[in-house]
Design a protein around this ligand. Structure first.
Ligand SMILES: [Zn+2]
Length: 258
């Protein structure tokens, strides 16, 4: 498989409530240690604990106080990047119980990975050395619903060109959604998978950092009712020498925390 071929049929697996990913990539070198892997795991654990605190209504106001603001005036060192939908009900800082300077947040309807979004994530990874990228969808996502219900325009419509750019980024994922159960939620899961695939496919910078273990990508789904965030396993980058034929990976994947 050539680099840049992301999430082909058969490499993303979801079975019932189990949300699995396995993405294959070639890499130039097998010698680079995953320098950011440990810090990424710690960052992910911090998000998990923060979400648990949010669900339990245990907030930390000090993270947004004057002292923290003064502490950050000279520079930022966020520990995770979150690409999230712009929906007013899913602010990452709140649902992960984080404060000023903790998260590098990029928000756009549907959490689609356009060029300016990718540039922002690349900046965080390359220049702020943020080791974890979370791509998060949510239940009852209006952008995904609109993509489900609105066919592509028969001819270009100047009045709708900007919104259509978002919908056209979501639509290709819809056929991959599970056909049973909650169709809307299934479509959101499929869109998150696609958004992650787009991040890797359209950003050589992030693909290379992922292959080198300097950045870890994780999918997430936020439940509006419970307040809980369910994470996927980290995207698996496999070295070229370990890949098997047919594009299907045999790398171990484990159950997501749903
Ligand atoms: Zn949304």
């Amino acid at each position: 498989m050539r680099r840049g071929e992301v999430l082909p049929e058969g490499t993303h697996l979801r079975i019932g409530s189990i949300w699995l990913w396995c993405v294959c990539f070639g890499v130039a070198s097998a010698a680079d240690p995953p320098a950011g892997a440990q810090s990424a795991r710690e960052a992910l654990e911090r998000l998990r604990l923060g979400n648990q605190a949010y669900v339990a209504a245990q907030f930390d106001p000090a993270r947004n106080g004057a002292a923290r603001r003064a502490e950050l005036a000279g520079g930022q060192h966020p520990f995770a990047t979150v690409l999230s939908c712009a929906d007013s009900r899913v602010p990452p800082e709140t649902i992960f119980n984080q404060g000023l300077g903790d998260l590098f947040v990029v928000r756009v309807a549907g959490a689609v990975a356009g060029q300016t979004v990718l540039g922002s994530i690349e900046y965080a990874a390359e220049h702020l050395h943020v080791p974890l990228v979370v791509v998060m969808g949510h239940s009852s996502c209006g952008a995904v619903k609109a993509a489900m219900e609105t066919p592509p325009p028969a001819k270009p419509d100047p009045a709708g060109v900007n919104l259509e750019r978002i919908l056209s980024a979501i639509r290709p994922s819809l056929p991959r959604a599970l056909s049973y159960g909650d169709q809307w939620a299934n479509a959101v899961y499929a869109s998150v998978e696609q958004n992650i695939g787009d991040v890797i496919r359209l950003s050589p910078v992030l693909a290379e950092m992922g292959e080198a273990g300097k950045v870890i990508l994780v999918g997430a789904f936020y439940d509006l009712n419970s307040g809980k965030v369910h994470f996927s396993e980290p995207v698996v980058f496999r070295r070229r020498s370990e890949q098997v034929s047919g594009g299907r990976s045999s790398a171990p994947v484990s159950e997501a925390h749903r």
